[in-house]
Design a binder for this molecule. Structure first.
Ligand code: HEC
Ligand code: HEC
Length: 216
């Protein structure tokens, strides 16, 4: 019978234990690294998602601010559902049997420009017709209704080129920024709740951050 010699075995045993421990630790290290990677993989898209969420929330908020202007009587009075414009801060129907007409400029002898003079006068406001050379409603074939629309509905309308007649959102921005009628609405009577500059900035922010539709 061959005798098993244990003379070197404590050293051998210790060596094996050290090697095994190394393996186990290395395995654990790899394992931990993998977990880190996994976490990183999980965290990154979540950050991206929440950044996107933030942008969307800011876009909606910007539209809600701009909405207070769109729906203000100085604007909404010319953007009614029906064919009669509104008057005053309570948006009552325009008197004198005024109606839109095909081109938005009134009918027959009852043209907007008969009473709404081209030259701005000192007397503007106080129950006098606001004066502007281009004073009229949107035309019959594209009424551009604001009245009665929720923020979500109005925002959707603005993104619809058949509603605005604008091929791009840049043209839309141009309109709210430079259209003389829009600018004029900030100059008489009870003013809209935002200045024209702030209003334009809000419209731009809404569009630049994705023109996201508000929830309601
Ligand atoms: C005197 C009537 C009148 C007033 C007041 C008026 N608008 Fe308009 N609006 C029009 C007409 C008319 C058009 C059609 C484009 C054109 O012919 O210039 C129009 C078009 C628009 C459009 C582009 C089309 C659309 O509906 O998407 C926007 C946006 C708009 N108006 C915003 C405003 C805002 C904001 C105000 C107030 C700050 C305002 N309007 C006040 C008559 C008016
Ligand atoms: C017969 C004269 C007359 C005609 C025609 C006329 N308007 Fe007026 N309009 C007035 C008067 C007067 C006021 C001011 C009423 C007030 O403040 O009490 C007024 C006010 C308005 C207002 C309210 C403005 C605001 O900011 O509250 C709008 C909008 C308006 N007119 C649109 C029109 C349009 C569009 C036409 C043509 C389709 C038109 N009007 C034709 C006399 C007229």
């Amino acid at each position: 019978m061959k005798e098993i010699k244990f003379g070197r075995s404590p050293f051998l045993f210790a060596t094996i234990v050290v090697i095994l421990t190394c393996f186990v630790q290395a395995k654990e290290l790899i394992h931990e690294d993998q977990i880190d990677d996994l976490d990183a993989a999980r965290v990154k898209p979540m950050e991206q998602i929440s950044e996107a969420n933030l942008r969307a929330a800011e876009s909606k908020r910007a539209f809600l601010d701009a909405y207070t202007v769109f729906m203000h009587p100085r604007c909404m009075n010319c953007h009614p559902k029906g064919d009669t414009p509104f008057q005053g801060d309570d948006s009552h129907l325009h008197s004198q049997g005024v109606t839109r007409g095909v081109d938005g400029k009134g009918v027959y002898a009852n043209k907007c420009s008969n009473c709404h003079q081209p030259q701005t006068t000192e007397l503007e406001g106080a129950h006098l017709p606001p004066s502007h050379p281009n004073w009229h409603l949107p035309p019959a074939n594209r009424k551009m209704v604001f009245e009665g629309k929720s923020p979500r509905e109005l925002a959707a309308s603005f993104k619809d080129s058949s509603f605005t007649g604008f091929a791009t959102m840049e043209r839309f921005i141009d309109h709210v920024e430079k259209d003389p009628l829009v600018q004029h609405s900030f100059t008489y009577g009870n003013r809209p709740p935002l200045s024209h500059d702030v209003f334009v900035a809000r419209v731009k922010e809404w569009i630049n951050k994705g023109a996201v539709l508000p929830d309601k």
